[in-house]
Design a protein. Structure first.
Length: 378
């Protein structure tokens, strides 16, 4: 019986808290076993397919709170689910394995996890809430504010069914956070961590195989276009210097350390939609770093992500910014330091380039390309 099974079959809430309290942050892993992406990975083209049509290694019975379920094991995931939907359960193993291949190749070669990552997909929100309390202990109250879908924390993905397409989209986004929590030695700046997660959301199915396409994300595209048309795009300085939670309208609780801002995304009011615009803009910013200005920042993006994975990001900040500024940057995970150190010392010039890129994305006729998963940038 695995540790997760022992925990969730019989452990009381107090015991679960003792196990998981304080286990937040990035876990270390060394080594790199994946090849670099193919040239076609540029501009949001497909970069990942499951290695085999059926990646399932084994399926065992699993029980949660008296409800029957199953533990589905693949090479890199241990999926615990009470879900009975044949469609979701049938597609989930291939989806998460293909997503992991996408994570570890599309931005350059990145390390794979050293052991299977635990992912929970509960059939009902009530089960998810109980599980969240067991896993997150004292931090659970904040996670329970999530209006729908789930979250990633401590290298685990914890979701509940909100429909096959939306559940998988959340699994792709939060799965990136789950992956970096498990493998990166140092954290990325928040704007880039969240931006890459939104980039990972775009996918479509070809038979039983998911095809990941960074541009195929009409929720982000349409929000970006609507905000641009309404004159409500956020300044780049604000995007770099704020956390997603700070953009929520109205009273809010302080988020738990390590909590993904995307988990709270739907708490934004229907009025300003600032948080939705933030996510649309960092989605566009990630695309800009990959292909904007003729792709001049692409290699630097690869280097930044690899430095965080390998644990040399802080040293690079110290080299350019000095010890004090590097310490503050790594602690806060915000601000323009990542831009200055890796992309362009002239942040204003960088912001102007990014603005021109967004203008290209939202111009008339560009949506047709994005619908097909193609770059609207010519």
């Amino acid at each position: 019986m695995t540790p997760a099974q022992n925990l969730l079959r019989s452990m009381p809430l107090a015991g679960a808290r003792a196990v998981v309290a304080g286990l937040v942050g990035v876990l270390a892993l060394s080594g790199c076993s994946t090849p670099p992406p193919s040239p076609n990975a540029a501009a949001g083209s497909p970069s990942s397919r499951p290695a085999t049509p059926d990646p399932v290694i084994a399926v065992d019975p699993w029980t949660y709170n008296g409800n029957p379920g199953r533990n589905i094991r693949t090479a890199n995931y241990s999926i615990y689910t009470t879900q009975t939907s044949a469609v979701l359960v049938g597609r989930l193993p291939a989806f998460v394995e293909a997503a992991l291949t996408h994570y570890t190749t599309v931005l350059g070669p990145l390390p794979r996890p050293s052991s299977p990552m635990e992912t929970f997909v509960m059939a009902r929100r009530g089960e998810w809430e109980r599980l969240t309390k067991q896993l997150m202990g004292a931090q659970a109250e904040v996670y329970l504010l999530i209006p729908r879908g789930g979250f990633a924390a401590d290298g685990r993905g914890v979701y509940y069914d909100i429909g096959t397409a939306d559940t998988l989209s959340i699994a792709a986004h939060e799965g990136w956070h789950q992956y970096t929590q498990r493998t990166f030695r140092q954290p990325l700046p928040t704007w880039l961590e969240e931006g890459i997660a939104t980039f990972m959301e775009g996918y479509r199915w070809e038979g039983m195989s998911p095809r990941f396409l960074g541009w195929s994300n009409m929720e982000r595209f349409d929000q970006l276009r609507a905000a641009a048309a309404a004159g409500k795009l956020l300044p780049l300085e604000q995007i770099l210097s704020t956390s997603p939670q700070e953009l929520l309208d109205g009273p809010k609780k302080t988020p738990a350390q390590g909590m993904s801002g995307a988990s709270l995304e739907l708490e934004a009011s229907d009025g300003s939609n600032r948080l939705l615009t933030y996510y649309a803009q960092i989605w566009a910013l990630t695309h800009f770093l990959r292909e904007g200005e003729g792709g001049k920042y692409r290699e630097s993006l690869t280097r930044l992500v690899a430095d965080a994975a390998g644990g040399t990001l802080r040293a690079r900040f110290v080299e350019v910014l000095g010890e004090d500024a590097a310490k503050s940057t790594m602690m806060l995970r915000r601000g323009p330091a990542g831009i200055v150190v890796y992309f362009n010392k002239d942040v204003d010039a960088f912001a102007a380039e990014y603005s021109r890129f967004v203008e290209q994305i939202v111009r008339t006729g560009s949506r047709d390309a994005a619908v097909q998963g193609l770059s609207p940038i010519k």
